[in-house]
Ligand binder design. Structure first.
Ligand code: ASP
Ligand code: MG
Length: 440
């Protein structure tokens, strides 16, 4: 058995859906189980509907646009008009209710968002059946995807793997499963966090102990850098689970942050494929690679904020750091890199918006803070990177006269990070790529 997961852009229109159906059919011999997202950007559109409806703005046009995108696809594939009748009804009635109550609970929003995936599975399965490839659309919660009630970012509950394994045994056609969604014990629909279809794919993969989990995207797998920034970026053939997890942690956004864990636990290889380049064999994420140390990829995280907490007259920095961290932590503001100097603590956070919006009696905290500017973290990731001789001096040299705001050395085994002014991040990525991966 293999898992094949397709993201929204792979099923953006009827032509792409045909392509996906072909790809699935070509793997028929390996007992594929398919997990898909909603069609391209549909989740964003559904969120926009919810927000408009709850704030009393015009939402019907937005609903019509979502409906039309699906109807166009149904027409393009020559499917029956009534295919999505139930979902379409919800698409109209749910926003109406939200608008009437002027409130958008996380629970309602999850129900609204779930429509994207609930519609796409029906379309793909119906089209495949038409073509003669027997497929069966399933809402993940009907095959055992049980989650907690943390709406918007739910996680699976114990027993999910076993339930999914048993349910899938009973399905003889190719299952086409909704990514991203689940259900809590009370029967409310939940979502697993944005990009959650990867996670669904890995959970299903671990449940059936799949031979491989294929994540189909529109680029040649995981690359040495973002090809939009570095045109010479190359695909990486193999990565370890740890390298992938480190990349995600540092901002790569290839997979859902929790995505890889079930695969890692079950030791199932994850292959990142390209729907637009079927000859490409994929980047394989696996437990081990031959190299004992290496540099695999460069990633960056923009939009971080650098701030300073001046040390109080009588306070020692150590005490101050502990207090400040716990105080800010309570407000949901987490630190990334921290540096302590005589006159205070300087730290970076990805929660700049939260920091800016501290108000009321939280203002006191804010008053003690000095925002120094927007920064970015640029990171090199690779297995045992810290054991590579001279790596830090090469990083510094490669950056030339770019100002390094903070430098992280010797803490993480599999990464090296520098914090720079945000405007320098892209150039730094380019320079580091030249240094470590060459210019050709
Ligand atoms: N449709 C969901 C999202 O846009 C889940 C996914 O695409 O993985 O976040
Ligand atoms: Mg994704």
């Amino acid at each position: 058995m293999i898992i094949m997961k397709f993201g929204g852009s792979s099923i953006a229109d009827s032509e792409r859906i045909k392509n996906v159906a072909d790809i699935i059919a070509s793997e028929k011999g390996r007992e594929p189980i398919v997990v898909i997202s909603g069609i391209h950007r549909i989740t964003d559109e559904l969120i926009a509907i919810g927000k408009a409806a709850s704030s009393g703005r015009e939402y019907r046009m937005l609903c019509s646009s979502v409906a039309k995108r699906h109807i166009d696809i149904i027409k393009g594939l020559g499917l029956r008009d009534s295919l999505l009748d139930n979902e379409m009804q919800l698409l109209m009635s749910l926003p109406k209710e939200i608008s009437r109550n002027r409130i958008l609970s996380k629970k309602k929003l999850d129900l609204l968002m779930s429509l994207g995936e609930r519609m796409s599975v029906k379309i793909l399965a119906e089209y495949m059946n038409r073509k003669g490839d027997k497929a069966f659309p399933c809402n993940s919660y009907e095959i055992g995807m049980l989650t907690d009630s943390n709406f918007g970012n739910a996680d699976i509950l114990p027993g999910t793997y076993e339930r999914i394994r048993r349910s899938l045994k009973g399905i003889k056609s190719i299952p086409i499963i909704t990514g991203f969604i689940g259900m809590d014990r009370k029967g409310s629909v939940t979502t697993l966090g944005r990009g959650g279809s990867d996670y669904t794919a890995c959970v299903v993969g671990a449940a059936v102990n799949a031979r491989e989990i294929q994540i189909w995207t529109n680029v040649d797998g995981i690359m040495t850098a973002d090809p939009k920034l570095v045109p010479l970026a190359k695909s990486i053939t193999e990565l370890t689970f740890d390298e992938e997890a480190e990349l995600e942690f540092l901002g790569a956004e290839t997979l859902h942050p929790r995505g890889i864990h079930p695969a890692m636990k079950g030791n199932i290889n994850v292959r990142i494929m390209n729907t637009l380049n079927r000859r490409y064999r994929g980047s394989v994420i696996r437990r081990e690679i031959k190299a004992s140390k290496r540099i695999a990829s460069i990633t960056s995280k923009k939009g971080m904020v650098l701030f300073k907490i001046p040390s109080g007259e009588n306070m020692r920095n150590g005490v101050n750091l502990g207090l400040t961290m716990s105080e800010l932590g309570k407000l949901g503001i987490t630190f990334d890199l921290v540096s302590i100097a005589r006159d205070g603590i300087v730290a970076t956070t990805t929660k700049g918006d939260e920091l800016a919006s501290l108000s009321g009696n939280r203002r006191k905290v804010k008053k003690n803070l000095e925002v120094l500017g927007r920064v970015a973290r640029v990171s090199l990731v690779g297995k045992n990177i810290s054991e590579i001789k001279g790596i830090d001096s090469r990083i510094i040299k490669a950056l030339g006269d770019i100002r390094i705001v903070m430098l992280e050395v010797g803490i993480s085994r599999d990464s090296r990070s520098v914090v720079l002014n945000e405007k320098d991040a892209d150039k730094a990525t380019m320079l580091l790529h030249n240094e470590f991966f060459g210019r050709s």
